[in-house]
Design a protein around this ligand. Sequence first.
Ligand code: FHN
Length: 599
Amino acid sequence: MMKYKWNKIIAGCMMLAMNYKTVKAQVMDEMWAQGSVAKEHPNIQWFKDAKFGLFIHWGLYSQLAGNWNGKRYYGSGEWIMNQAKIPAATYAKVAADFNPVRFNAEEWASLAKEAGVKYMVITAKHHEGFAMFDSKVSDFTIVKASPYKKDPMKALATAVGKRGIKFGFYYSQFVDWHEPNGGRNTWDFDESKKNYQLYYQQKAIPQLKELLTGYGPLGIVWFDLPGGLSKEETRKLVDSLHALQPKSLFSSRVGQGMGDYKDFGDSEVPPVPIKGAWESIYTHNDSWGYIEHDMNFKSPKEIIRLLANVASKGGNLMLNVGPDGKGAIPHYSVQYLRETGKWLAKNGESIYATTFGSIPAQPWGVTTSKPGKLFLHVLNRPVNGQLIIPAFANEVTGVYDLITKQHLAYNRKQQELTIQVPAFDRETPDRVFVMEYKGKQPEYDTAAPVVASQQYEQNNLEAVFAKTSGNAQVKSLTFSHYFGDWKHTNCVTGMQTMNDSVNFKVNIMDAGDYKVVLEYACPQESARQEGILSVNGANHFFRTLRSSEFDKSAPLMFIRHTVAITTIRQKGVYTIGVKPVQDGKELFKLKSIILEPVK
Ligand code: FHN
């Protein structure tokens, strides 16, 4: 009898031990991918209607500003402790210099209001383990370990709340480089010997409870990079925290599919509409945390177009800013967010409380929708001012300019609508026209051919709209320019035999000559291989040109290779195909085919 019981106990321990060992840190996009959402949270509608949020990464790394021991580091500034493998004891001393005297909660909150965001999420504790709030369960906090000695989060929660903006905290629940049993500090501590449970019991869970009980109603708790917990333990954690604030939404990176809405990978927008509540998160420059030598700030035009792109797929954009060690938000972030807010003040109806539009992205732009309304976000005005909507069956009752309310002329041939839009400055970030119609919003037609015409400088046939055969497949490739500054691009991959091919259906609206340009990435081993392009009844041979290897930690360089000119004699739906001429290495990673009108 006894012997049996022991086996069970040993087996149990093994499981537990195995549990610690197996649930060790996972590669980034596997972690992101964990982020599916089981069922919709009853309090999800405000989030779905919000569409635009402000993310704030602020911590000791903001004081270092991308520098350590006289060396400049590039990429995610909040990872400098990991990049420079700074011992936890050494890094902790940075707190003594952290004194954000320029922090002003009212200023930050009013900027959020001016920018037109509906929610704000700020880092309460990031991977460095430093609490940016008055935590009682750790001495490594802004109140106890820095000369600032105050809790900025109290003031910020109040200032944001009184402006009707939802407030939330980011919390790195697993990765904690300060704690011997926290996740991912492998340069001070042996990962295999860590007791993640102890770290959760002694720090993560008590701090999460402090945040959910000490700062008023939280719209969102933004978890990140899950790990160290089994499904059951994650369930227990989520339920215990939800009990403290049932209305608070937990981001999908709580892990194990237990989030209340989905977050895509960093700086990732899904290529087609996604139903349900989801969010894309972007840096304003190339780093989440402040780096003084990172000036690659997105312009107001880029921010507005990113917001429209994300909204046109039914999601929210949460754009990040990285205040410096003194508590000042970078000048260009303040400027460009204000500009974005001015655009939203006039065009907000076409973003807030919308969902995705029923027609795929067009050469002229994207669409968002509300019942009976399609908002046409014109990013590229057709030269002749004739905006084509290829397939729209519902009866249209009017088309007008969102801002001037001026009504526009339009006509219909079967399902195809042509709207005459006025001239406007081509630098306009996004000019919105409203098309009102009767009946239910038509389903999003994933099979609709991509549109091309002579009215645009270029017409892009993106890989996601491709039909593949053989081993060819469309894959989302993740790579980074600088450390942690992730990029995602969909490409057709796997074309290496004559049976592998890709085809695009394209609805060419105007007759004329078009250059056919292949946009691809091609490593040395795939260069100088022959391929064949078929279009308009003709085949065109080409030989691949080398661009760059595919390496997750380096830019994936794409080349634009003109391989043919085709003369389209009449408008219609055409098929453009590409395939290898021989069996060999992968031909290339095809990002898009571009039809460039020959003027
Ligand atoms: O490692 C973090 C990173 O520092 C940053 O916080 C981003 C924001 O989404 N999340 C992790 C990487 O995905």
